[in-house]
Ligand binder design. Structure first.
Ligand code: GLN
Length: 553
């Protein structure tokens, strides 16, 4: 007899405040259900109007994570890919803007056959279709859907309504998880459950009762508060999961499992564990390494999206930071990561000697002019002092500009993005991008997503990958100007990776005899780095950094 198709939905919503780990909770729930032998996918719903995350400044919304199909999404999509060790598509991501856009386009093409198209039910129906479509395409049994924002906001109300409608139609197949925050005000000294009670009530007023509360707090929940939450939030005590702050997000799945969250969810769905899969052990081993590794390697990340008001935040580069960790741990090292703001290396006498204490320097992707001169100074220092350097996207383009300025002696060398009036445009707008810029077609129009590249034998890139051909994700409008390639090569720069037709320069590097590791990639390798599969280029960079670390000792 054919097995009955399984289709279960878990909605993860936030209570009280955002930023307390809904994305990691969603990823971790996916991970543990996957480890119980189920096919799982994860979906992110972002409540803003932007059609995608690509038009937002990273200091507004964190990193823009690019999927293989080129969709510019929220950084949580990166967490899902890394935790589930998979790659997702644009079907797994939606925003209010995207949902409305398709409903309006459908209406314009008479898809609603003369009906009055209304916010409810047509928007929720569209969302349900999208969730099912993503689940079908990924051939999954359980879909974990993260609803951005917190309950009680205007913005996400339609998505909460969607979840309610889905539950009414499929009462046994939908579960709700609320990730809530329990503050312990310093002056009071006692953990407070009241804000969470209010959040649950807000959700109740939308017709939804949470099945689980993930209680986020500085310390573990005691029995008194667990019972209180259960009683006042109308939840069985096993449904309250204590989730205190921890040092490593990679411990979250194991911590949930200590509370038997996987089995509890499966029980509610009337499903049984199919036995822990092999990968779970690998995951636990990785999570353990994060704590056990003591020996450090010191890496500076020099960027510009680090500050928001008076606060510093590294969310803009989360994939880069995690990619460094995976490679470092795989080599038995703990990364000592320091973020430095590019602007501090500008002006007269920039404090470049501060960089000497680092084993490796990385300049990640970026846009615009701010901080560029500082980055160029940093890159020059790394090149001249032979400090391992890894440039990603803008970090590659700037490395090429630095080389043109200081080795080719083209003092006006720049990118069209920085100074379109310069005579020495080393990095130019891609032919295919000219029209987009002229017509201000900015959203989702860069060279985005996975493209192949071919590698030159005998180069650092070729030996790092151990392959002739690679596929990497992109997000850029500018490229190395073909008019300068020969000159740059003559001066010693090696273009070790190009598009298969040889027109786009994908990797630039210096030969090993001239520098231990000086390499820039036009693509974003960080998007394909996974805890269980560190990225080979990052690993090559960290290896070089480890060599420097040893030499210094
Ligand atoms: N601003 C550069 C470009 O558009 C680099 C982009 C990036 O670093 N992602 O080409």
């Amino acid at each position: 007899m054919a097995q009955k198709k399984i289709r279960k939905y878990i909605f993860v919503v936030g209570g009280v405040i955002s930023g307390v780990g809904k994305g990691i909770t969603t990823s971790s729930i996916g991970k543990i259900l996957q480890s119980h032998g189920y096919r799982v996918t994860a979906i992110k719903i972002d409540p803003y109007i932007n059609v995608d995350a690509g038009t937002m400044n990273p200091t507004e919304h964190g990193e823009v994570f690019v999927l293989k199909d080129g969709d510019e999404t929220d950084q949580d999509m990166g967490n899902y890919e890394r935790f589930l060790d998979t790659s997702l598509t644009r079907d797994n991501y939606m925003t209010t803007g995207r949902v409305y856009l398709s409903v309006i386009e459908k209406e314009r093409s008479l898809a609603y056959k003369g009906k009055c198209v209304q916010v409810v039910p047509h928007i929720p129906y569209e969302v349900i279709d999208r969730i099912n479509n993503a689940a079908d395409k990924a051939n999954t049994e359980i879909v974990v859907v993260e609803v951005g924002g917190t309950v009680g906001e205007y913005e996400n109300i339609l998505f909460i309504e969607t979840a309610r409608m889905l539950k009414i139609k499929n009462p046994d197949d939908v579960l709700f998880v609320m990730v809530s925050y329990l503050p312990t005000p310093a002056k009071v000294g006692e953990m407070k459950t009241k804000p969470t009670q209010h959040a649950v009530r807000a959700l109740n007023s939308n017709g939804i009762q949470p099945d689980f509360i993930i209680a986020r707090s500085d310390v573990a929940l005691d029995e008194t508060r667990k019972e209180k939450l259960a009683l006042f939030c109308n939840i069985v005590p096993e449904g309250v999961i204590s989730a205190p702050d921890i040092d490593s997000v990679y411990d979250v799945p194991s911590n949930f499992e200590k509370d038997k969250l996987g089995e509890k969810i499966l029980k509610r769905f009337k499903l049984k564990s199919r036995g822990k899969i092999e990968k779970w052990k690998e995951w636990e081993n990785f999570a353990r390494k994060v704590h056990k590794t003591k020996d450090t390697v010191r890496i500076a990340v020099v960027g510009k999206y680090f500050t928001t008001g008076d606060f510093t935040f590294a969310d803009s580069y989360v994939s880069v930071i995690e990619a460094i960790k995976y490679s470092a741990y795989s080599l038995g090292k703990k990364p000592d990561l320091v973020w430095l703001s590019a602007s501090q290396f500008e002006g007269k006498n920039p404090p470049l000697s501060e960089l000497a204490s680092f084993d490796g320097i990385l300049v990640p992707g970026g846009f615009g002019t701010r901080g560029v001169e500082g980055k160029l100074n940093v890159i020059r220092y790394a090149r001249e002092k032979k400090i391992p350097y890894f440039g990603i996207c803008y970090g590659m383009q700037l490395a090429v500009i630095e080389y043109a300025r200081n080795v080719l002696k083209l003092k006006d060398a720049t990118s069209r993005e920085i100074d379109p009036s310069s005579k020495e445009i080393i990095i130019d707008i891609m032919e295919s991008q000219k029209e987009n810029l002229q017509n201000r077609k900015m959203g989702g129009s860069m060279r985005l997503g996975t493209y192949p590249a071919v590698l030159k034998k005998g180069t650092i890139a070729h030996s790092a990958y151990g392959a002739d051909k690679i596929e990497e994700r992109h997000r850029h409008r500018f490229e190395v100007n073909p008019a300068y390639i020969e000159k740059l090569e003559k001066a010693g720069l090696v273009f070790s990776g190009t598009s298969p037709d040889g027109t786009l320069m994908e990797i630039a590097e210096l030969p090993k005899k001239d520098h231990p590791f000086f390499l820039g990639a036009q693509f974003h390798p960080e998007f394909q780095a996974h805890p269980l599969h560190p990225h080979k280029l990052f690993t090559a960079f960290i290896k070089a950094a480890i060599v420097r670390n040893k030499e210094e000792k």
